[in-house]
Design a protein around this ligand. Structure first.
Ligand SMILES: [Zn+2]
Length: 296
């Protein structure tokens, strides 16, 4: 998980969300607010205003995705669902709040997270309280000090650490963090099944190899002096246009490799390769030859 770059919605869509939220907030009890949030959510895309607003919300969330339309939790599957970071059942006051939305895959949203959530109680403590989840029961949480790492507003890499060195490709808590932050890391890993889901773990391992391969090609392209060098890097003579000036072709190929890196799944793996380059000799060596890649 990496932090998303938040974007603004149009004022018309903000007004639509505010109006819908007011209908929830106007209900007299917590239970009726939760039920109202749920029914309004089910019909959110209906009517002229709802269709337009939620069309824009989905489009903006897609632009904010950490990769090309991939889930912001697992970074593996297609992002299909508008997900409430704070579940609407426990936090109806956040059901129609823009800052509470991210795009996730159906598996993360439905099979793993669902409406599970925990808060720190007392507020700002390290004591974790799971919210009750029995069907048909509604109880107001003690506070909104969420345990789950919220990639809209927090940098997940302040809490998480990916084991690349020992090649388990499991997430763990970042060394040296506080007990509270450690609980945030562990809760997030467990709730989303980030280590328990084999395709995710294997996907991170494959991604690490991909990123290193691309970085190596980038460095070779940077040092290339002939068209034959460029052809060897792309492994396809048709990819290199020898009618163009050499420097232009070299720059184009370097740009293409950079774009490959920017659009691949599991962008956290790329961030972690850079962060841990001091402990990863090959990665460190390549990045020393292409320090500009640290900004990607
Ligand atoms: Zn997912």
């Amino acid at each position: 998980m990496i932090r998303l770059n938040s974007k603004d919605l149009s004022s018309a869509t903000v007004v639509h969300l505010d109006k819908t939220q007011l209908k929830v907030d106007g209900e007299p009890t917590f239970e009726s607010r939760a039920k109202k949030a749920s029914s309004l959510w089910d019909s959110k895309g209906s009517g002229q205003g709802g269709k337009k607003a939620f069309g824009e919300i989905r489009k903006t969330l897609l632009q904010m995705c950490v990769g090309v339309e991939i889930c912001n939790y697992c970074e593996h599957n297609e992002a299909t669902d508008i997900e409430h970071v704070y579940p609407k059942k426990s936090f109806p006051e956040k059901a129609f709040r823009w800052e509470n939305y991210i795009l996730s895959c159906g598996k993360c949203n439905t099979d793993y997270k669902s409406d599970k959530f925990a808060v720190f109680n007392p507020l700002h403590s390290a004591d974790l309280e799971e919210l009750p989840r029995q069907r048909g029961t509604y109880s107001q949480p003690a506070n909104a000090d969420g345990v789950l790492i919220n990639p809209r507003w927090e940098n997940p890499l302040d809490y998480l650490w990916l084991d690349i060195q020992n090649k388990s490709f499991h997430f763990t808590d970042k060394p040296g963090i506080s007990l509270r932050d450690c609980r945030k890391a562990k809760y997030t890993i467990e709730l989303l099944g980030l280590n328990a889901r084999t395709p995710l773990v294997e996907g991170r391992e494959v991604a690490a190899k991909y990123y290193l391969d691309r970085l190596e090609r980038y460095v070779r392209a940077k040092h290339a002096t002939t068209f034959a060098d460029l052809e060897a890097i792309t492994q396809d003579p048709d990819m290199v246009d020898e009618t163009q000036p050499f420097e232009a072709e070299q720059a184009r190929i370097m740009d293409a490799i950079r774009s490959d890196i920017a659009h691949h799944q599991h962008p956290t793996v790329w961030q972690e390769l850079k962060r841990q380059r001091g402990q990863l000799p090959k990665t460190g060596r390549l990045l020393a030859q292409a320090p500009e890649a640290l900004e990607w």
